[in-house]
Write a protein that binds this ligand. Sequence first.
Ligand SMILES: *[C@@H]1O[C@H](CO)[C@@H](O)[C@H](O)[C@H]1NC(C)=O
Ligand SMILES: *[C@@H]1O[C@H](CO)[C@@H](O)[C@H](O)[C@H]1NC(C)=O
Ligand SMILES: *[C@@H]1O[C@H](CO)[C@@H](O)[C@H](O)[C@H]1NC(C)=O
Ligand SMILES: *[C@@H]1O[C@H](CO)[C@@H](O)[C@H](O)[C@H]1NC(C)=O
Ligand SMILES: *[C@@H]1O[C@H](CO)[C@@H](O)[C@H](O)[C@H]1NC(C)=O
Ligand SMILES: *[C@@H]1O[C@H](CO)[C@@H](O)[C@H](O)[C@H]1NC(C)=O
Length: 245
Amino acid sequence: EMKKVESKVGDRVGLPCCEIPSSRSLQNFRVYWQKTTREVVLAYDYGKKISQNDLYDNRTEMDDRNLTLWISPVQILDNGSYHCVVQHRKSLQDPVVLFCVGHVTLFVTADFSKPDVTAEISTNSCESTEMLVTCSSHGGFIKPKISGALNNKSMVWNSTWMSPSSLSMYNVTAKLWVSVTKDSSFTCSVEYNGVTKSTSLLLNKTSDCAVSAAPFSHNIITASSIVIVTFLLAVTLAVRYLPRH
Ligand SMILES: *[C@@H]1O[C@H](CO)[C@@H](O)[C@H](O)[C@H]1NC(C)=O
Ligand SMILES: *[C@@H]1O[C@H](CO)[C@@H](O)[C@H](O)[C@H]1NC(C)=O
Ligand SMILES: *[C@@H]1O[C@H](CO)[C@@H](O)[C@H](O)[C@H]1NC(C)=O
Ligand SMILES: *[C@@H]1O[C@H](CO)[C@@H](O)[C@H](O)[C@H]1NC(C)=O
Ligand SMILES: *[C@@H]1O[C@H](CO)[C@@H](O)[C@H](O)[C@H]1NC(C)=O
Ligand SMILES: *[C@@H]1O[C@H](CO)[C@@H](O)[C@H](O)[C@H]1NC(C)=O
């Protein structure tokens, strides 16, 4: 039977093994907690700790009764499969017999930070504002998917970077050039392990054209009005004087 345990980086997690009868004490048992069959994480020989592992000492302890291996704080390196092997002998003279073997897989995850979205304006014209949008998130595990949407329309990133090592956490940064013709909303989402974290940023179309256009059109209206009034006046005068001739 393969048990599954999930944990986040920094948490305390217990990996179950098997219970020892309440009539017996740890003195009657030899317990090996191993990772991926080779590495000994923690071992007790009839009540005495016999293992030494710099990666795990000070982060691990074992429950005397149910032999649960506690790890705190959990690190990404802890991800993997573990097993415990328990041997028993009634007394020093008795033969050693296998008591139980337990298998556990530990799945370690780490949360990404809420994405940080920034926009940098590059060019600005009456028609549109061009900007470079950057979205970044850090400290997560497993490898995430990053997506961007402008007014709910999904966009293709110009570039994305992901930190390389599979055993360290991931930092992700993505960049995109956008051209907006009106105030728009940009949303960046980071998706991992069934979790989605999103941040939206309002992209303002910053342009002066509308402001300078207003007095201009006002002048046109005034000029047109003068032309029309003059024309009407001319027609009126013409109508008055025409019958006399
Ligand atoms: C083992 O015992 C500890 C407390 O002594 C408890 O928190 C834990 O849930 C137990 N684990 C199992 C698998 O029984
Ligand atoms: C574990 O802790 C002890 C004392 O708290 C310290 O002396 C020792 O160096 C630590 N070991 C590791 C591997 O960090
Ligand atoms: C964590 O360990 C399990 C068991 O070995 C493995 O299946 C899984 O792919 C590992 N996860 C990552 C992200 O490496
Ligand atoms: C985007 O979609 C969400 C829900 O899917 C909706 O609430 C929101 O009004 C939409 N925004 C735009 C600009 O279409
Ligand atoms: C990347 O940006 C350039 C410059 O604005 C643009 O022309 C190009 O289409 C973009 N490429 C992708 C794949 O989005
Ligand atoms: C990931 O981001 C964190 C926080 O911004 C930073 O401290 C760390 O150096 C970054 N790691 C890499 C590999 O870029």
